[in-house]
Design a protein around this ligand. Structure first.
Ligand SMILES: Nc1nc(=O)c2c([nH]1)NC[C@@H]1CN(c3ccc(C(=O)N[C@@H](CCC(=O)O)C(=O)O)cc3)C=[N+]21
Ligand SMILES: [Mg+2]
Length: 286
């Protein structure tokens, strides 16, 4: 392997340590701690593990977490009422409603209902709009985490040919906006793209976020390119894999993220970052 690893666990830990310091400095001066509300609907085991990890990460930093575990039979009206209550609660700086939601509930309507200044996922149309016009509010966590990882490469993104594979609301599209604002020339590939290989072969930076295991082949990677893998898939043997054929890509890339241990831990770190940003703004600390 020739690529250098972009270690999301290590960079995420650095981000979290910085946040812990900020929180300690202000709470020692008598300010209330940051508060994050985590709403989970139904008891999906994978989701529960993930939510429990977020709570632990919060506690370690000095963020107070408020858990709301709702039955999967909860009505839209009840969920709406909870979001309204959390929007008004002065102890709460961030609201995260774990997705996906059961079929009978509308994720769009919940995302739209969350106060954009408490939308620590960065999913609200206001926050996506702010990003699009370079007035970032709360930035979507996964693309934000990727931008933080890219800093580790020390490379200048200006003029770089960046190819984003996947155009989802929560990763691909905001990722393209982030890279555009950073000065890259951005191509977004998606299900209707005719020759994915041709686009990837030109890329100095590839962000794979299609949700298809092994979609991006190692032989497509340009020598020295940066490869960021947002995909996460569990095989029957329990091992995790991304959207990139890692072993072959690592032979050619300059930098590459592993799965696990790459983008995933950065997403959580940036969720904490957004919670602290929202808290500072709410307390007038900036
Ligand atoms: N409102 C909302 N916001 C989210 O941000 C959100 C969500 N809903 N629903 C579920 C997805 C999934 N997601 C992950 C974040 C980090 C890891 C992560 O840290 N993964 C570890 C591996 C974990 C393992 O071992 O299973 C890694 O990549 O190293 C995984 C998954 C955030 N999500
Ligand atoms: Mg797609």
């Amino acid at each position: 392997m020739t690529a250098r690893l972009l270690d999301g666990r290590a960079v995420g830990a650095t981000v979290r340590a910085g946040l812990a310091e900020t929180i300690a400095a202000y709470t020692e001066n008598g300010h209330r701690p940051p508060g994050l509300a985590v709403v989970q609907v139904g008891g999906d085991p994978a989701s529960s593990v993930y939510v429990a990890n977020k709570r632990k990460a919060c506690a370690k930093l000095g963020i107070e977490s408020f858990s709301h575990d709702l039955k999967d039979t909860v009505s839209q009206a009840e969920l709406d009422a909870l979001v309204d209550e959390l929007n008004e609660d002065p102890r709460i700086d961030g609201i995260l409603v774990q997705l996906p939601l059961p079929e009978h509930l509308s994720a769009d309507s919940i995302i739209n209902r969350i106060d954009p200044d408490k939308d620590v996922d960065g999913f609200h149309p206001t926050n996506i709009g702010r990003l699009a016009i370079r007035q970032p509010g709360l930035r979507p966590c996964t693309p934000f985490g990727v931008m933080r990882l890219l800093e580790e490469t020390g490379r200048d993104l200006h003029g770089m040919e960046a190819v984003v594979v996947g155009a989802s609301n929560i990763v691909g599209r905001p990722m393209a906006l982030e890279l555009l604002l950073a000065g890259a020339t951005v191509t977004v590939c998606h299900r209707f793209t005719e020759d994915l290989a041709a686009h990837v072969r030109r890329a100095d930076l590839v962000v794979a976020a299609a949700g298809k295991p092994g979609l991006v082949r190692g032989e497509w990677i340009k020598g020295g390119a940066i490869v960021i893998d947002v995909g996460i898939h569990r095989r029957d043997d329990g091992t995790l894999h991304g959207d990139v054929d890692f072993d072959a890509a690592a032979e050619r890339a300059g930098f590459i993220t592993p799965v696990p241990g790459g983008v995933g831990p950065m997403t959580i770190a940036m969720l904490m970052h957004n919670t602290v940003t929202s808290w500072r703004r709410r307390l007038g600390l900036d």
